[in-house]
Design a protein around this ligand. Structure first.
Ligand SMILES: OB(O)c1ccc2cc[nH]c2c1
Length: 244
């Protein structure tokens, strides 16, 4: 998979050189490139923004600069690319979006700043046949798209085959295939701060451990995210032998 990120703060994406994503880049599993939008400016001050039509506070990022950058980044291989625009006015990004994006050959993240990117940029590429996803990572507002891009890239990259050691672990994690929050986890020491590990986890009885974990996932999800319980597909409940 190839991922390009266009931003006026390339250093913000330095975290993608670390940990699993960094290793995937070094081993060639992930072709991730970060670009400075100002490289496509032509004036001495490397200007990327201007005042908003219609008035109002703040500045808007210019479509001509973004157009030159995205034409270059979208223009090469692979043939089919998806443009992802982090924005507080977008659809809320979920694990389902991560799964869908992980199936793409090429993602291009356009990280806005100021009051955002001129709306004609997304409109132009949609009209040109480029799939465009305008996505928010939650109901709060950041100062730009870089942090949102980091969140989405990590959520997507970890689903790329070969990224995580044990793909089975992706099924049981929160928001995974079972559609539930993950059960509580414990490790040594068996007693800490006067608190003990649930006895069933020390029993060595795998069937009992599995049932306990499924029950805990249901209990936790019911308490914290009743909306997820409502959304559960009955077939999922059967598939994972879950009982509400
Ligand atoms: O909250 B966000 O996800 C977000 C995304 C992009 C821009 C651009 C300017 N402010 C932004 C906020």
């Amino acid at each position: 998979m190839r991922i390009d990120v266009v931003t006026i703060f390339p250093d913000y994406l330095a975290a993608l050189d670390l940990s699993l994503v960094g290793k995937a880049r070094r081993t060639g599993l992930l072709d991730l490139r970060v670009h400075d939008l100002r490289d496509w400016t032509t004036d001495r001050h490397r200007t990327v923004d201007d005042t908003p039509f219609g008035g109002g506070a703040g500045m808007v990022m210019r479509p001509d600069i973004w157009g030159r950058a995205l034409d270059d980044v979208l223009g090469g291989p692979p043939a089919q690319s998806r443009l992802v625009v982090p924005t507080p006015s977008g659809e809320v990004f979920t694990q389902r979006h991560a799964e869908a994006l992980a199936g793409e050959e090429h993602l291009v993240f356009a990280c806005g700043r100021y009051e955002g990117i001129d709306a004609r940029v997304a409109e132009h590429y949609r009209a040109a046949g480029v799939p465009v996803s305008e996505l928010s990572i939650g109901d709060y507002v950041l100062n730009g798209g870089e942090v949102a891009a980091l969140v989405m890239i990590e959520a997507v990259a970890r689903l790329v085959p070969g990224m995580v050691g044990n793909p089975e672990s992706l099924v049981e994690e929160s928001h995974g295939a079972a559609g539930l929050l993950e059960y509580p986890v414990y490790t040594k020491p068996p007693e800490w701060a006067g608190l003990e590990v649930p006895e069933v986890l020390l029993s060595g009885h795998h069937g009992r451990v599995e049932r306990w974990r499924r029950d805990e996932a249901i209990t936790r999800t019911s308490a914290r995210r009743p909306d997820m319980i409502e959304a559960l597909d009955p077939a999922t409940l059967d598939k994972h032998d879950l009982r509400l």
